[in-house]
Design a protein around this ligand. Structure first.
Ligand code: NAD
Length: 284
């Protein structure tokens, strides 16, 4: 069994991004700029935005966080997005989800300029991903693909079972695997007999947000296990969706939580924002 070490790969990617930021600055006088919209007081959202901001600082990006109260109106967020769309110093716009119930999230995601959509949530970029065209790909599944590539795990022709079908994790994960010629199944909360599907999988990728959803008896000997889940266990520890201690010995490769997919998500945000900045510099 080998560990898919996302922390180590994320560090390597950060070094590459930092060096490309230097080159961009030398050649054009610009540094990549990321704007984050953060609404309300959810501690997890604040923690994620804090980590993203620190990562931006480490690689030399300019970053700004627009903090807004829980009671904010749709119109005010829309105005902020329009301002960021028009601001030439901003290359990437990120709306930290989830948003409060009075806010129409879909409408906001559609308002972000597709060439600043570094989270890859705009339907334009979703369409490009599905069609196999270049665009912005959601950071978490993109990070998973890079982690697999780093370990020379070729998904072509393999049975890949994705557990979880959200727009930000499961669906783009499945699209990337399909684009890489895996045979893909997507399971979700209404899937009957999850074990029947996972037992057949060469690769299981799970992002459901359910502690111990994947247990040892659901996994084939030698399977690759990618745990995208992040949950707070009753004892306060961060854990994934996989019963790690029991499943790891049976797997060929496995991601730990923390230190697997999480750091890769942030690394991909940096890499997407750099990509946006490089494209904008060319257009200027
Ligand atoms: P979500 O709630 O939007 O979607 C969860 C998905 O899992 C749904 O499709 C649902 O049908 C499915 N699901 C739920 N319970 C299930 C069950 N018992 N059996 C089968 N399928 C089930 O959540 P999300 O935003 O996609 O996040 C999923 C998990 O991934 C969460 O733990 C979240 O914290 C984590 N996450 C991690 C990262 C990272 O960087 N590692 C990034 C985003 C989300």
């Amino acid at each position: 069994m080998e560990i898919l070490d996302g922390k180590a790969l994320a560090r390597k990617i950060e070094e590459r991004v930092a060096s490309e930021v230097k080159t961009l600055k030398e050649q054009t006088g610009r540094v990549p700029g990321l704007a984050v919209i953060l609404v309300g007081n959810d501690p997890a959202s604040h923690a994620y935005v804090g980590m993203k901001k620190k990562a931006c600082d480490r690689v030399g990006f300019y970053s700004v966080t627009h903090e807004m109260p829980e009671s904010i109106s749709q119109e005010t967020i829309e105005k902020t997005i329009e301002m960021m769309n028009a601001n030439p110093g901003i290359d990437g716009i990120l709306i930290q989800l989830p948003l409060p119930p009075q806010i129409d999230t879909t409408k906001l995601l559609e308002l972000v300029a597709p060439n600043k959509d570094v989270d890859g949530f705009h339907p334009y970029n979703v369409g490009r991903l599905t069609t196999g065209l270049d665009g912005f790909v959601p950071c978490t599944p993109l990070g998973v693909m890079q982690l697999l590539e780093e370990h020379n795990i070729d998904v072509k022709g393999k049975n890949a079972v994705v557990v979880g079908a959200s727009n930000i994790v499961g669906k783009p994960m499945a699209a990337l695997l399909l684009n890489a010629n895996a045979t893909v199944e997507i399971c979700h909360i209404f899937t009957d007999d999850l074990k029947k599907h996972t037992l057949d999988a060469d690769i299981i990728l799970v992002g459901a947000g359910v502690i111990n959803l994947i247990t040892e008896d659901m996994v084939k000997e030698g399977a690759v296990i990618v745990d995208i889940g992040i949950n707070r266990a009753p004892d306060g520890r961060l854990v994934g969706d996989v019963d790690y201690d029991a499943v790891a010995p049976k797997s060929s490769y496995i991601t730990p939580v923390p230190g697997g997919v999480g750091p890769m998500t942030i690394a991909m945000l940096l890499s997407n924002t750099l990509k946006a900045a490089q494209a904008h510099a060319k257009e200027a």
